[in-house]
Ligand binder design. Structure first.
Ligand code: PLP
Length: 440
């Protein structure tokens, strides 16, 4: 029995995996990852795979980066954990300063304060609660959220409520907050007019419900989990204007798009628009440790200030045990420092261009519906050819040494931002051959 087979048997006996149907889990011959370095993963049998999806969209500089390793080790020798409730610590303060300095600039308020959470979903959850409480403290309670169809903002109930993925949304519908779904400007099913339809739908929803809406939430520029549905930056400018007109907050969920993925530090920069609340996570620690944050505008923060004895106390009663864990903050600080020193965002923009060029022949293949790309966020949609076509393409790529994960029949390509030329070619060659094998 191989090492993988024996570990999979033990896994099947004791583990419940996320987003996984366990009746068939072992049939899919899962990969048992043992170690990683740079853009490479090795399994317990010593097979090597290129990490083509940055370990679920997180790894920025590659695995085992010496500077992030050293920063975590140094922090570990000093302070492992201390609570952010009632005390503070230097890595938490320094990271907040760094994030505020990096925050997007443009039309909209300055983002001046950082509230920490653990994962992308918990940052979204915090942003939703801030938005609702802000409405109660600045005028009147506005219990509704406006969201885009096909959106994905995470799996906690608030985040699911503002999601628009039918499968996840429908399953929990009776439990969800009140939200209003708007056509997505990236929805190919709407045809060439999708942008106009989405803008007009958002306008009419705000016209009808505006004074009940506390926030409009969007994934800026590209709906990742929907299958990399990119859309026109103008939509974000419209959303900014409508939010201002009707007194709602604008939330950009940059959990997937933040930290260079789209070829800019933030997707918001493509539009020159700044939201009132910006959620981020995934790549913040370079893909090492769970940490997420909400960047907030000063006017939002100020609406939460009150003094003892005030008739309406305004504290944000929300937080987690491991909020701003010092090891996570140290990893994030090292990641951001290296990103700045080595112009990793510029590298990401160039990597995206190169991937775009290399994928042109793939896009022209029979059976490839569309290749969608913003920076290094790429979706290669294949036409269904039998069951689980996207999954089978990823398995065929794995046989060629490249690890990919699909979203339905869209194969996601989202490598570490510093991927070298040879690895970039290997990635595209393996995907190309895998598509040929499955669609033949
Ligand atoms: C835009 C967006 N928001 C939120 C999340 C949820 O993040 P997490 O899985 O870390 O909770 C994701 C995850 O893919 C995401 O893409």
């Amino acid at each position: 029995m191989s090492a993988s087979a024996s570990w999979i048997a033990r896994d099947a006996a004791a583990v419940w995996h996320p987003f996984t149907q366990h009746a068939t889990w072992t049939d899919d011959d899962p990969t048992v990852v043992d170690r990683a370095e740079g853009p490479w993963l090795w399994d317990v049998d010593g097979r090597r795979y290129l990490d083509g999806v940055s370990s679920l969209w997180t790894t920025t500089l590659g695995h085992g980066h010496p500077e992030i390793n050293a920063a975590i080790a140094a922090q570990l020798a000093k302070l492992d954990h201390s609570t952010f409730l009632g005390t503070t610590h230097t890595p938490g303060i320094e990271l907040s300063e760094a994030l505020v300095a990096l925050a997007p600039k443009g039309t909209g308020p300055e983002l001046t304060k950082v509230f920490y959470a653990g994962d992308g979903s918990s940052a979204v959850e915090a942003a939703l609660k801030i938005a609702y409480q802000y409405s109660t403290q600045t005028g009147h309670a506005r219990p509704k959220f406006v969201r885009l169809n096909h959106a994905y903002h995470g799996d906690t109930l608030g985040a699911v409520a503002v999601g628009g993925h039918d499968l996840f949304h429908e399953a929990y519908k009776p439990l969800l907050l009140e939200t209003i779904g708007v056509e997505s400007p990236g929805d190919r099913a709407l045809g060439a007019d999708r942008f106009t339809m989405a803008v007009s739908h958002l306008g009419s929803v705000m016209h009808e419900y505006g004074d009940q809406v506390c926030a409009i939430i969007v994934e800026p520029m590209i709906q990742g989990a929907a299958g990399m549905l990119d859309y026109d930056a103008e939509f974000l400018r419209t959303a900014r204007t409508l939010a201002d007109t009707y007194g709602a907050l604008l939330i950009f969920d940059e959990v997937a798009t933040g930290f260079g993925r789209t070829g800019r530090m933030w997707a918001a920069e493509h539009a020159g628009v700044v939201p009132d609340l910006l959620t981020c996570g995934k790549g913040i620690t370079g893909g090492y440790l769970p940490l997420s944050a909400v960047l907030a505008a000063e006017h939002v923060f100020e609406a939460f200030l009150s003094r003892p004895g005030d008739t309406s106390p305004r504290t944000f009663f929300h937080g987690h045990t491991y909020t701003a864990n010092p090891l996570c903050c140290a990893a994030a600080l090292a990641n951001l420092r290296v990103m700045g020193e080595q112009d990793v965002v510029g590298q990401a923009a160039r990597l995206g261009e190169r991937l775009g060029k290399l994928l042109e022949p793939v896009a022209a293949k029979d059976g490839v519906v569309e290749v969608r790309r913003l920076g290094t966020m790429i979706g290669v949609e294949v036409a269904p050819a039998g069951d689980r076509t996207g999954f089978r393409v990823c398995r065929a790529a794995r046989d060629r040494g490249v690890w990919l994960r699909p979203l339905g029949d869209t194969v996601v390509v989202m490598p570490p931002l510093t991927l070298g030329d040879n690895e970039t070619e290997l990635l595209v060659e393996a995907l190309d051959a895998a598509i040929d094998e499955v669609l033949a």
